[in-house]
Write a new protein. Structure first.
Length: 216
């Protein structure tokens, strides 16, 4: 039987971090004198930092460099994660245990910077649960382009069509489908208004995923 893989997005899937992202991103633009609302940030969920901030800088005429915006934002986020009294999303730990039991390769493909990914996974003692970890900043294009998912599959040694993705954002679902993968859309109300209609299945809790529906 050919090898199979399950690839996770991180933010809003492994960790319910979108409220943290929204809060810090809003605080970042306020710090530089540009108040924006949560709704104005919702369309960027699932995008990489450089792509998001370049777009925001252009749209709202922010004088600071993208690098300065990211430096400020990332320092706040790392500190917040380290001080956060958080657990992974409900059902994630047993779900990963079940994937391991079945011998399904496990990957993570996130738009977040690697330093943030590693801070989150270290906080949860989950760094060793993934056979591949790829940041959208390490591939030519971030989500909604398929690059980050294709790279995760390549590192796992699994064909894209043998991969299933769990995503909570429209950009992420688009990326997974563009990579030729099956995609499960996870309805996380904290991730804002996300159109997951392209997904093969939409769920509102991790425990609702039936692996037999996707893996033989």
């Amino acid at each position: 039987m050919s090898k199979q893989a399950f690839i996770f997005d991180m933010d809003g899937v492994i960790i319910d971090s979108e409220p943290l992202h929204f809060a810090v991103d809003i605080e970042t633009v306020e710090h530089f004198g540009h108040p924006l609302s949560k709704e104005q940030f919702e369309k960027y969920v699932g995008m990489t930092n450089p792509e998001m901030w370049a777009d925001i800088k252009r749209e709202y005429g922010i004088a600071q460099t993208v690098e300065a915006l990211i430096e400020y934002q990332l320092a706040q986020k790392i500190q917040a994660i380290q001080n956060m009294d958080a657990e992974p999303m409900d059902g994630i730990r047993p779900f990963i245990a079940e994937l391991k039991r079945r011998g399904i390769a496990i990957g993570l493909a996130s738009s977040s910077p690697r330093v943030f990914i590693e801070a989150v996974l270290s906080r949860f003692e989950m760094l060793n649960d993934f056979g591949s970890i790829v940041s959208g900043e390490e591939v030519p294009q971030g989500k909604p382009a398929p690059d980050v998912y294709l790279e995760a599959a390549r590192q796992l040694g699994v064909e894209p069509e043998r991969c299933v993705v769990l995503e909570d954002a429209r950009h992420g679902v688009t990326a997974a489908k563009a990579a030729g993968m099956k995609c499960i859309g996870f309805l996380n109300p904290n991730s804002g208004a996300q159109d997951l209609s392209q997904a093969d299945l939409i769920i509102d809790r991790v425990g609702a995923i039936q692996l037999d529906d996707f893996f033989t």
